[in-house]
Design a protein around this ligand. Sequence first.
Ligand code: PLP
Length: 394
Amino acid sequence: MAMIYFDNAATSWPKPPAVRAALNEYFGEAGGNPGRSGHRMSVAATRIVENAREMLAELFHARDASRIVFGHNATHALNLALYGVLRPGDHVVTTSIEHNSVMRPLRHLEKSGVGLTVVACAPDGTLDLDDVRRALRPGTRLLVTTHGSNVAGTLSPIGTLAAIARDNGVLHLVDAAQTAGAIPIDVQEMDLDLLAFTGHKGLLGPTGTGGLYVRESVALAPLIRGGTGSDSAHETQPEFMPDVFESGTLNVAGIAGLAAGVHFLSEIGIEAVQVHERKLVAQFLVGASEIAGITLHGPGDAAPRCGVVSFNVAGAMPSEVGLLLDESFGIMARTGLHCAPAAHRTLGTFPTGTVRFSFGWFNTPAEVEAALKALREIAAWAASGATVSAKGNP
Ligand SMILES: Cc1ncc(COP(=O)(O)O)c(C=O)c1O
């Protein structure tokens, strides 16, 4: 049975061979701690980190690479931005399709006196910009929006949202977990304040990598404090970028792999990745819309989407469909609530959730065709009223 990986929104697979090679190279030749010691292996590790920082700055069109802060993942970056900006008495606006890595910190901050407004999106995940404008008020400090929904695939117009925020004197934080590496992002042209990204999805790097772009004018308090290898005579946190936000030893091996992933993407071009994923989404949407019993969620058109599609099969739980896809057809998908209960409430798919396919650069039209064939069989089986255990192999 051929293996088909459609879970790139959870983490991308496979990684380019250069990513694996970069990890090996780090452990073999540059295994030191960056910025800590003066010896060659420490210097080599520093070079790896700073090279990766430059590459990410180039990817996102940031003028100054020191504005890119490395962390563990998008969740870490989002927490840094949210806790770094918001104080009791502030008001924050977000949307109803956000991931729990935004919702949970915001619900926690709400308990400590931060006012929270969640703007309801339409059932296809789209946002009415007038609703956003109406939600802003004096005292609103931050607008937080995902760029690409990890459930519906819907893309938000982050450039327009940034302009709305700026016109109202509000900071704007973008969650680019699903789009960094897959959709072009230009922090200067889009006029972005804060951009959280993860390294292990579209950027094709290892898990345990990610970061935050912080615009020059944004004042942010650090989430943690500690050793940075710099300013070591002082017991207080350095205030300069990026050290103020990078206490503790970085995941240098992961960052080496991330740089290799970004290099791989820069050779392809992010626009080419977007076109490729959009073609796969369009192929899937057309094919699946012709299968009786399948309900598709999200925008009907492939154009305003990232590489994520969500659907349900009448007569079967998402988990049953996921099990059959994996065990009988070798297709790996994610089912359930995708760490985004608010998004599923928006789509009307709470609490059982959906089946999600998320496509990446290494997926092919033949794989989408194979998945459509599998879904035809699964939908027919589900319509027959059988159960998974009774069915085994449709
Ligand atoms: C929209 C969105 N935001 C944030 C995250 C969190 O990413 P990470 O697990 O890399 O922290 C995810 C992960 O699935 C996501 O889809």
